[in-house]
Ligand binder design. Structure first.
Ligand SMILES: NC(=O)C1=CN([C@@H]2O[C@H](COP(=O)(O)OP(=O)(O)OC[C@H]3O[C@@H](n4cnc5c(N)ncnc54)[C@H](O)[C@@H]3O)[C@@H](O)[C@H]2O)C=CC1
Ligand SMILES: CCCCC/C=C\C=C\C(=O)C/C=C\C/C=C\CCCC(=O)O
Length: 257
């Protein structure tokens, strides 16, 4: 079954640049109204102005939001609803890779994302008189594998994966569908700025080989649109790598039934 994006309203966190920006662009092309949201106000306003020029002023707004701040997140949802009437789609994309400031990384990648999901449920769940909706979370292949130099980043993405899958168990009563996307390396500032020196497992030769296979932001936007439209695979992670056909990641059950 295919979910129709046209005429829906979407919030994308951390969308001033990079993957989030590209997701906004594809949502606009599909006919959604879009809330661009980020801590970076200048870049966010530039991105929004660019989109308004291309897609019409009334279809895009910028709302500043630091996902680590409760009041910012509440303001994001209430302003989005005040502007467009309802929120149907949320893409929790904001994320950093910073092992030195690992507590902040956990606040952004995990706590902020979970709080946004809770607000999405507060506003969209049919249990709360909402109309239902779709949430796509940005995990990573780092959420499915070990990492030598970025152990906390990997832990944060495992958390996104586990939280997203767990939402499936209550989807029947909330009518809010959760999925996450698990991309391999994508050519953005986050990946370019990563310090990958002093590795034993990932030698510099191997890193160069992997870097030659970076995905493009357009690939991840395409995968996110696919997940929003696919109503039949709630709760699943979607693996996007340049090495195999993109597909849902099937995790074996540990229960005996
Ligand atoms: N680039 C890559 O190789 C991969 C990235 N990802 C994930 O994709 C997501 C987007 O990453 P990229 O576009 O690559 O990074 P990016 O660094 O290009 O963009 C991230 C955006 O998030 C914003 N941001 C940072 N802290 C924030 C906060 N506290 N509140 C709101 N916004 C905040 C930044 O200002 C920036 O605009 C992240 O969750 C990342 O972990 C997943 C797999 C691979
Ligand atoms: C090959 C260079 C890896 C650079 C990693 C930069 C950004 C990664 C973002 C992700 O979300 C993960 C994407 C791909 C993971 C590939 C290798 C991870 C190994 C990490 C480690 O050992 O520290």
């Amino acid at each position: 079954m295919t979910y129709d994006i046209k005429g829906k309203t979407a919030i994308v966190t951390g969308s001033a640049r990079g993957i989030g920006k590209c997701i906004c662009s594809d949502l606009l092309k599909k006919g959604a109204n879009v809330v661009v949201s980020d801590t970076a106000e200048d870049v966010g306003n530039e991105t929004t102005a660019e989109f308004q020029k291309e897609f019409g002023e009334s279809r895009v707004v910028f709302i500043r939001c630091n996902v680590t701040k409760e009041e910012d997140l509440q303001n994001l949802y209430s302003k989005a609803i005040a502007t467009f009437g309802y929120v149907d789609i949320v893409v929790n994309n904001a994320g950093i890779l910073n092992e030195e400031n690992w507590k902040l990384m956990m606040e952004i990648n995990v706590t902020g994302l979970i709080r946004s999901c809770q607000l999405a449920l507060d506003n969209m769940s049919t249990k709360n008189k909402g109309k239902g909706g779709v949430v796509v979370n940005l995990a990573s292949v780092a959420g499915l594998m070990a990492g030598e130099g970025s152990k906390v980043y990997h832990a944060s993405k495992h958390a996104v994966y586990g939280y997203t899958r767990s939402q499936y168990l209550t989807q029947g009563t909330d009518n809010v569908r959760f999925n996450c996307v698990c991309p391999f390396l994508v050519d953005t500032a986050l990946a370019q700025d990563w310090d990958n020196s002093n590795r034993t497992f990932l030698t510099s030769d191997l890193i160069e080989k992997l870097k030659a296979h970076m995905l493009k932001t357009e690939d991840i936007a395409e995968a996110v649109i696919f997940l929003i439209e696919d109503e039949s695979n709630a709760g699943k992670a979607y693996l996007v790598t340049p090495f195999q056909k993109w597909d849902y990641y099937e995790q074996p059950s540990v229960l005996p039934f």
